[in-house]
Design a protein around this ligand. Structure first.
Ligand code: S3P
Length: 446
């Protein structure tokens, strides 16, 4: 649903040691995919641990609009009776994907090779984001697409009646592009191939294989090559969604920068295509241990044990960017408390997320006394012994910008305020109570 509530300013203040257990919500990427693949399969898919953030709720509503039977059975527990590959019905009204780039891009892929027409829209943030990256390959399957000027939402797609399979090299590292093409390829005869220069998150591939699709991944001289055979009968599967490493990053960061802290974050996905932040934090000298490493729902998971301690700045190589693409805002906050400079390279994609995240972080950090340098595709944060804080950060309808600055205020000298914390519900509806439960002084501004 489009974000329409009034702005909700929030403030965080220097806090005593954070302690206890942080039960972060289910993984956002996996939650979207579980609903979409459930809707495209035959039978009932039972999902546990689903993230009930607004982004995912919008995808659930969209799947119902395309004809799946979607039902909430209890907290995080959902049932989807699918319509099968090629079985989507034309929705009666516009599909509003709210703030979610993942939702809209994957759903456009999932319907583009079925001969129905649908119109997609979203909130002010989503309506500014580039969609040509998916409409270009989807048109090559034979879909007819009309977009607002600049290839932005609203977009109407008339799905291909006789889709052709596609061989597609992604122009930028993006799991959303890869997944949109694979989902479209489900209803095209023959083999659809996606080639990516650097591997991106592989939840679609893992889940498609789990639902019975014939899909394989090879690393060749061309890059990372994923081949899917079209027109499978997807069979409904139970999906246990692991906890989101991107959401875990916020309490983890808070524990790293607030002196005396020691927290535990159980059951977090350790999928190697999502692990870049944790690799980087260990290089910075962070005290993080991974306990009870195990497999749950086809994904590696572990319990994280995190303690405050000294950190040093590092240079993050560009080839690591895809595996931590959503974590650069919170890394730039952690970097403000590290000794020396932290350089983030190859991060141009941050400019087309829910906001221009390089600009949003640089302006907000500067407003709180932290020195930042930026180029088109890099950001450098100068760490300091004590971060002044005391500033206001503009969040631009971006949940991760809001949470990052609220974490900053927990260890800075003066409080930090964000102009609008309401977007946090898109990915982490219980952020405030969870952080308060650890001892964080954080809440709505007076
Ligand atoms: C996602 C892929 C990433 C990420 C987003 C979730 C996904 O986007 O930023 O939050 O679930 O596929 P890109 O594919 O645009 O890099």
């Amino acid at each position: 649903m489009s974000h329409s509530s009034d702005p909700q300013p929030m403030t965080s203040r220097r806090s005593g040691p954070l302690t206890g257990e942080a039960q972060v919500p289910g993984d956002k990427s996996i939650s979207h995919r579980a609903l979409i693949l459930g809707a495209l399969s035959v039978g009932e898919t039972r999902i546990t641990g689903l993230l009930e953030g607004q982004d995912v709720l919008d995808t659930a509503r969209a799947m119902a609009a395309f004809g799946a039977q979607v039902e909430r059975l209890g907290p995080g527990e959902w049932s989807v009776h699918g319509v099968g590959v090629g079985g989507f019905a034309a929705p009666e009204s516009v599909i509003d994907c709210g703030n979610s780039g993942t939702g809209v891009r994957l759903i456009m892929g999932a319907m583009a090779t079925t001969p129905i027409t649908a119109t997609f829209t979203g909130d002010a943030s989503l309506s500014r984001r580039p969609m040509a990256r998916v409409t270009v390959p989807l048109a090559q399957f034979g879909a007819e697409i009309a977009a607002r000027e600049g290839d932005c939402l609203p977009i109407t797609i008339r799905g291909a009646a006789d889709p052709l399979p596609l061989r597609y090299r992604t122009p930028v590292a993006s799991a959303q592009i890869k997944s949109a093409v694979l989902l479209a390829g489900l209803n095209a005869p023959g083999e659809t191939v996606v080639i990516e220069a650097e591997p991106t998150r592989d939840h679609s591939e893992r889940m498609l294989a789990g639902f019975g699709a014939d899909i394989r991944t090879e690393t060749t001289a061309e890059g990372h090559v994923i081949t899917l055979t079209g027109r499978p009968e997807l069979r409904a599967q139970p999906v246990a969604v692991p906890r989101d490493p991107s959401s875990a990053a916020f309490p983890v960061a808070a524990a790293l920068i607030v002196p005396g802290s020691a927290i535990r974050v159980p059951g977090v996905s350790r999928n190697p295509t999502r692990d870049g932040l944790y690799v980087t934090l260990l290089e910075m000298g962070a005290d993080i241990r991974f306990e009870n490493e195990r497999e749950e729902g086809g994904e590696p998971v572990a319990d994280l044990v995190v303690r405050h301690g000294p950190l040093k700045g590092v240079s993050v190589p560009p080839e690591r960017a895809a595996s931590m693409i959503d974590e650069f805002p919170i890394l730039s906050v952690i970097a403000a408390f590290a000794e020396g400079r932290t350089v983030m390279n190859g991060v141009a994609e941050l400019r087309v997320k829910e906001s221009d995240r390089i600009d949003a972080m640089a302006r907000g950090l500067e407003a709180n006394g932290v020195k930042v340098e930026e180029t088109r595709d890099s950001m450098t944060v100068h760490g300091m012994a004590s971060v002044p804080g005391g500033g206001m950060a503009a969040t631009h309808l971006d949940h991760r910008i809001a949470m990052s600055f609220l974490v900053l205020g927990l260890a800075s000298e003066a409080p930090v305020t964000v102009d609008d914390g309401s977007p946090i519900t898109t990915s982490f509806p219980d952020f405030l109570p969870l952080m308060r439960g650890l001892g964080a002084d954080i809440g709505k501004s007076d």
